[in-house]
Ligand binder design. Structure first.
Ligand code: MLT
Length: 324
């Protein structure tokens, strides 16, 4: 009987310890992994929300860039991390396309990761190096058709948003071109400004500054309406590609098995960050906006991820693209 009591006390102490651990979480800095190179759109969104999130959590948020394989390297790393709330991931639409693109994906986004909440939906812009000959979208389409073996398209690897947008664009134009993969569209944009690569489709959180300063040529934005941040940039439909709309949704993830109270604390910190004045202002300047509070929740995020995996599967299969 005594042994039973002692064993029970040990288990209870253990459970209490876990509960206290969750109750006091976080007691040390939280790492958020960004699956692309520093300076790109995913990095920008992450660093903007990291500061107000750390205020709510009372601990520093450390941003760690882990680029490679279109974002799947980082996603796999976080899926295998300790489910203790100290390693989380920022990722975007690429989380929903990877299961179809990567036959041997080393994780299941819905089983090996836990959702924390959606963050923002970012429009994309079709841009080129500033001395690229085509002046309009119509001229770009014709030029790419006539020079398909010469032009080069930059992206951040198979599964990146820039890859997905390029896939859809080439489908519209009806050709395949040489793609130049980068560790992120931050470095890709540097090469585009430098004239080392011809064109790209990238998020406004990365391209707005260079479009405004004329360091790149911009043909269209991939939203149904023009952006207040880029009022002179026509929509793809206005520019001659009706129905060409792509926006890059972002969400925060933790390893599967992370205790609910910790996920809720992270979701609460995300909601605070999405109401932060500077986040709202900077997101608007960069052509985007925080999602509404009801979407910054695990349930809403899981629903979006599930529906997006189903939506993109046939599109990618029809395009006949895969990473392996
Ligand atoms: C980045 O942050 O570099 C981009 O999200 C890459 C991409 O998805 O195109």
């Amino acid at each position: 009987m005594r042994r039973l009591l002692v064993a029970g006390a040990v288990v209870l102490a253990g459970l209490t310890g876990v509960a206290i651990g969750q109750e006091n979480y976080p007691t040390k800095p939280v790492t958020v992994v960004v699956p692309f190179a520093a300076g790109g759109p995913t990095d920008t969104v992450t660093r903007l929300i990291a500061e107000p999130m750390s205020k709510t959590l009372g601990q520093q948020i450390v941003v760690q860039n882990v680029a490679g394989a279109g974002g799947t390297l980082a996603a796999g790393q976080v899926a295998r991390a300790q489910p203790d709330g100290y390693t989380i991931l920022m990722h975007h639409i690429g989380m929903s396309t990877a299961p179809t693109l990567y036959k041997n994906l080393p994780y299941d986004p819905l089983k090996d990761l836990a959702t924390i909440g959606l963050v923002t939906e970012v429009p994309m812009t079709i841009i080129a190096r500033k001395d690229f000959e085509p002046g309009t979208m119509e001229e770009l389409v014709q030029y790419v058709k006539d020079h398909k073996d010469q032009v080069t398209y930059a992206n951040a690897g198979i599964g990146a948003a820039s890859h997905l947008c390029g896939l859809l664009l080439m489908k519209e134009i009806g050709v395949e071109v040489t793609t130049v993969p980068y560790q992120g569209t931050g470095p890709a944009l540097t090469d585009l400004v430098g004239g080392q690569v011809d064109f790209m489709c990238d998020q406004t959180t990365n391209t707005t500054g260079q479009i405004k300063s004329g360091e790149v040529k911009a043909y269209a934005v991939t939203t149904g309406e023009r952006l207040q941040s880029l009022p002179d940039l026509p929509t793809a439909a206005e520019a001659g590609l009706p129905g060409f709309e792509v926006s890059v949704w972002h969400g925060l993830y933790a390893p599967a098995g992370t205790p609910e109270p910790i996920l809720e604390k992270l979701s609460a910190a995300l909601k605070d960050a999405l109401k932060d004045e500077n986040v709202v202002k900077r997101f608007a300047e960069l052509g985007t906006a925080p999602v509404s509070e009801d979407l910054a929740t695990p349930a809403a995020h899981t629903e979006r991820l599930t529906s997006q995996i189903e939506l993109w599967r046939p599109i990618i299969q029809e395009a006949g693209v895969s990473a392996q």
